[in-house]
Design a protein around this ligand. Structure first.
Ligand code: SF4
Length: 282
């Protein structure tokens, strides 16, 4: 498999790369999240989070990653909203609770904070399946009446969804960097996902697909087929339904580690059970 090239993935030429440019201000708001998306962000290899922050984006606010906290961080966030009106990217992570009883930010309604910040953002990017689709907080039962970002925003705000639980680190950074280099969101599909990263199913690009085509399947996690790296379809793999970039990034991921894909980038993947508890396919 050819090595992943982030410049090609987001259509950045050498000239564009070396053009002097102000770093893109980013405000990262966490709603009902597990911090997994931010954890993913700092684990990117291509480019690394460090290269990204030093050269391309200015991460002005993140509850997890900012050095400052409390009043200092909140005041800075407010100043960025003013100073970079219309220029900052609003990154959202986590499901949005239906009531302030479940989450506030510095005593303010998270839902109102997101709506007001989104109105003056250059673009909104929902990172992770929780902000993109409602995800785990909105799973059946949904005690916090959680929902996705698009459901709460007024129409007309440019929004991209970058689902995954968590999303692939390079896809998070690639989407942000596209905005930095091109000044707008990348091309999106009907579900508002960047087509560069969500055009193909995991199955279409899977390194185990030659085994699928030959009908060579692992029947259990420790049989001879599993040891030979056969297809995991009979163990519940949902790669055929999952639009994601895992196999194209060219490094370790679930299927490479011997785990069937649970389609974490798809809507309601949690309610559909992943592969847990499902019977083997015959
Ligand atoms: Fe498709 Fe999953 Fe088999 Fe890969 S392991 S070929 S994604 S069914």
């Amino acid at each position: 498999m050819p090595r992943y090239n982030w410049l090609e993935a987001i259509n950045v030429t050498e000239e564009l790369l070396t053009e002097p440019k102000t770093r893109l201000p980013v405000i990262w708001i966490s709603a009902l999240d597990c911090t997994g998306c931010k954890e993913a962000f700092i684990r990117s290899f291509e480019p690394t989070a460090l290269e990204t922050i030093l050269n391309f984006i200015s991460l002005e606010y993140s509850e997890l990653l900012s050095v400052a906290s409390g009043y200092q961080a909140e005041e800075h966030k407010e100043s960025i909203f003013e100073k970079y009106k219309g220029e900052y990217v609003l990154a959202i992570e986590g499901g949005i609770p239906g009531s302030d009883d479940y989450l506030t930010i510095a005593g303010k309604s998270v839902q109102k904070e997101i709506i007001s910040a989104a109105k003056h953002a250059k673009a909104v990017i929902a990172f992770g399946s929780c902000s993109a689709w409602g995800g785990i907080p909105a799973a059946v039962g949904n005690p916090t009446d959680s929902t996705d970002v698009v459901s709460i925003l007024p129409e007309g705000i440019p929004v991209a969804l970058v689902p995954g639980c968590p999303p692939i680190p390079e896809v998070i950074i690639g989407t942000l960097l596209y905005v930095h280099f091109h000044g707008e969101l990348p091309e999106l599909d009907k579900k508002l996902r960047p087509t560069a990263f969500y055009q193909k199913t995991v199955h279409m690009t899977c390194h185990r697909k030659p085994f699928f085509d030959q009908k060579l399947f692992a029947e259990s996690f420790d049989d001879e087929g599993a040891r030979k790296g056969y297809c995991l379809f009979k163990l519940g793999c949902k790669g055929p339904q999952a639009f994601n970039f895992c196999e194209l990034i060219g490094k370790d991921h679930c299927i490479a580690a011997g785990f069937p894909c649970i389609a974490c980038s798809e809507k309601s993947f949690w309610d559909k059970g992943g592969f847990y508890g499902k019977k083997k396919r015959g």
